[in-house]
Design a protein around this ligand. Structure first.
Ligand code: 13P
Ligand code: SF4
Length: 303
C-alpha cells in the first residue's frame, strides 16, 4: 500500500520512541495486521501476550473489552485504544448487576464469562474463557451445570460438545448471528467442493453446516495447514484479507460480515493515539483485581 507507507513508517518510529507494543486482533485490516502490529492473534493469544510484554505502552488494536483485558493484566502499563467507541454487542448485552442476579437465582452454579465482556462483568464471574478454550473451561469445574455468558450461540455450540448442561444469557454477536444455514447450503451448490469454516459465535445450525468451527486463530491455522482449494470463512471480512496474502494458492469465497466496532480502528487513529498518547483505558483498581482473578484462572488452566 504505497500511499500508506509514510503513516506506517511514522507509527513504527513512534512505537520505538514510546517503547510501545501494538497488539492487533485478527479482525484488523491488512494495513494494520501486516504493517504495524507487533503481535496478532485471537482473544486468548492477545490476553496472554499482554502478560508477557515488557513495553511501557500497549496500543490495543481491537475493541474496548480487549483493551480492558490488557489493562487488567498489566495495571502498571499505559493501555491505549485508538478509538474509545470501539464496542461490542456481546459486551453491551450484560451488566455486573445482571450477573449478580443470576448468582442469586442460581446459587452454587459456576458462572463463566466469555472474554467479550466489560471488566465489571468479569469481576463478578468465576472464570473467563475465549472461543479457543470454552469447552475446556466448561469441563474444568467437574460439575453437571454451568453458566456460559453472554453469547447464547457460543454456549449452545459448546453445550453440543459436552455432557455438562451449559446455561445461557441472551446475548449475541451482531456479526456472526446474521449468517444462516440456508445461505451456507446455497453457497455449497454454487461453489462445489468449497470448504466452509465458521466461528462458534455463529448459530448452532450454521456451525452444523460447516466443515470446521474454531476461534479466529484456529480458523487461520486450519487454512494454512489444510490448504483447501476454495474456502469460505464464516466470520468478519478482514480474516480472509489477512490470511490470503500468505496462502496465494487458496481461493477465498465471500460472503463475510464487517464488524463496525473493529473497523473503527484505522491506521490514522493509531498514529494519533501514539502521537498524543490517547485514548487511555482506565479500570478501577478494585474491579481490576477481581476481574484479574477470572482472567488469570483461565490463562493458568493447563491445556
Ligand atoms: P476470537 O478471536 O477469540 O476467536 O474472537 C472473535 C471475536 O469476535 C472477537 O471479538
Ligand atoms: Fe463483538 Fe462480534 Fe464485533 Fe467481535 S465481531 S467485537 S464479538 S460484535
Amino acid at each position: 500500500w504505497p500511499a500508506l507507507a509514510p503513516t506506517i513508517h511514522a507509527i513504527n518510529i513512534l512505537k520505538k520512541q514510546r517503547n510501545a507494543v501494538i497488539l492487533a486482533h485478527n479482525y484488523m485490516t491488512p494495513d494494520i495486521f501486516h504493517g504495524v502490529a507487533d503481535i496478532v492473534g485471537d482473544s486468548l493469544q492477545l490476553a496472554i501476550e499482554a502478560t508477557r510484554t515488557d513495553a511501557d505502552v500497549i496500543v490495543q488494536c481491537g475493541v474496548h473489552f480487549m483493551a480492558e483485558t490488557s489493562k487488567i493484566l498489566s495495571p502498571d502499563k499505559t493501555v491505549l485504544i485508538p478509538d474509545m467507541k470501539a464496542g461490542c454487542s456481546l459486551a453491551e448485552s450484560i451488566t455486573a448487576a445482571d450477573v449478580r442476579g443470576l448468582r442469586e437465582r442460581n446459587p452454587g452454579v459456576p458462572i463463566i464469562t466469555y472474554v467479550n465482556t466489560s471488566a465489571d462483568v468479569k469481576a463478578e464471574c468465576d472464570i473467563c474463557c475465549t472461543s479457543s478454550n470454552a469447552l475446556q473451561v466448561v469441563e474444568s469445574f467437574g460439575v453437571d451445570k454451568v453458566f456460559l455468558i453472554p453469547d447464547k450461540y457460543l454456549a449452545a455450540n459448546v453445550g453440543n460438545k459436552t455432557d455438562v448442561e451449559v446455561l445461557i444469557w441472551d446475548g449475541a454477536c451482531e456479526v456472526h448471528e446474521r449468517f444462516t444455514a440456508q445461505e451456507l447450503r446455497d453457497y455449497r451448490k454454487i461453489e462445489p467442493g468449497v470448504k466452509i469454516i465458521a466461528h462458534p459465535e455463529c448459530p448452532p445450525e450454521v456451525v452444523a453446516e460447516a466443515d470446521f468451527a474454531g476461534s479466529t486463530a484456529h480458523m487461520i491455522d486450519w487454512v494454512k495447514t489444510r490448504r483447501p482449494e476454495k474456502v469460505m470463512m464464516i466470520t468478519e471480512c478482514s480474516m480472509a484479507d489477512n490470511v490470503a496474502s500468505e496462502t496465494p494458492d487458496v481461493d477465498f469465497i465471500r460472503p463475510c460480515n464487517l464488524c463496525p466496532h473493529m473497523k473503527r480502528i484505522t491506521l490514522n487513529k493509531i498514529l494519533d493515539s501514539l502521537l498524543e498518547m490517547k485514548e487511555e483505558v482506565v479500570v478501577d483498581p478494585a474491579v481490576a483485581s477481581r476481574a484479574r482473578q477470572a482472567v488469570e484462572r483461565m490463562i493458568n488452566l493447563k491445556s
